[in-house]
Design a protein. Structure first.
Length: 293
């Protein structure tokens, strides 16, 4: 089998084996919808595994920063499962990321996807962190009890000292690549403040909660507002942060939100306690050290 860059002409073959990736789950695979955009992305490389007659798999590597690679969309054609083809795609992504300066490559796997988790571990990824989506409904009348400012430096200091930072190993949602995570930096928060919005929540005793908006998008005919992380010191600060996110999403005309939070007993139960809404399942982040490969 040959690993090669994907082309627009491969669309029909890719769509044929990805249109029903998880038949027992609601919703279809996203790859057929974004395939042509993937091919046009200059900061990424999409690979297919070609046996000369059919395609056995697909995966994409993306550079999120000068040293951080991201692997996504790893799919194996059902006709080739069990034949050990996924390591060929993973190694191609690792090689591509390393050639572009990456020292680490990460990916995300749904917690219910046992096959995907096993595949990631088998191909060189190690456990990194886990997160869950908090889902507060947009509300134009929501009022934050504490002061909320678009202050990236205050937000950075708040995140840097938070247990969310420790639990997530500093990884939060990327501003450019949907569903990807990268190391949060002060510079990225300054960019978020300029292009989207940063939320630094506090009072006279200091900044007690923070978040930042990454994007708005469309999903299942709904507009959603996405927030790259939420960190808070106590439930009072979380209530004000959630109120600010509810109002922000409503001002954007969003129908729903998703907010990236650590998968810990405190963070998930705090979100439930303030009735912010939480997704049913967590997701797992894994990473591969490329420096010794």
């Amino acid at each position: 089998m040959k690993v090669r860059p994907a082309t627009h002409d491969d669309y029909d073959a890719v769509a044929a084996f990805t249109e029903n990736t998880w038949p027992d789950r609601d919703g279809g695979d996203y790859i057929p919808r974004i395939y042509h955009d993937w091919i046009e992305n200059d900061d990424a490389e999409t690979f297919v595994l070609d046996d000369g007659e059919d395609l056995a798999g697909i995966a994409q590597g993306v550079m999120l920063s000068p040293h951080e690679g991201w692997a996504q969309g790893m799919r194996v054609n059902p006709d080739y499962r069990g034949e050990g083809v996924s390591p060929l795609l993973s190694e191609a992504i690792f090689d591509w990321c390393r050639e572009h300066g990456a020292t680490v490559c990460r990916n995300m796997v749904f917690s219910w996807n046992g096959a995907g988790l096993g595949q990631s571990r088998a191909t060189g990824f190690d456990p990194a962190a886990e997160f869950r989506w908090m889902l507060p409904d947009p509300d134009p009348t929501a009022e934050a009890g504490l002061d909320v400012r678009n202050d990236p430096d205050a937000a950075w200091s708040c995140f840097h000292r938070s247990d969310a930072n420790a639990a997530l190993r500093g990884l939060t949602l990327d501003l450019d690549e949907s569903y990807a995570v990268a190391e949060l930096t002060r510079e990225r928060l300054h960019r978020a403040a300029a292009e989207q919005r940063v939320f630094a929540v506090g009072d006279g005793d200091g900044t007690r909660a923070m978040s930042y908006r990454t994007r708005t998008g469309e999903r299942d005919e709904e507009t959603y507002a996405e927030y790259g992380v939420a960190a808070w010191a106590d439930t009072e600060a979380l209530r004000s942060l959630v109120a600010a996110l509810r109002r922000d999403a409503a001002d954007l005309g969003a129908d729903a939100t998703r907010v990236y939070i650590p998968e810990t007993a405190r963070h998930v139960s705090d979100a439930a306690y303030v009735r912010a809404g939480i997704y049913d399942d967590p997701d797992f982040l894994l990473e591969a050290d490329l420096t010794g490969r």
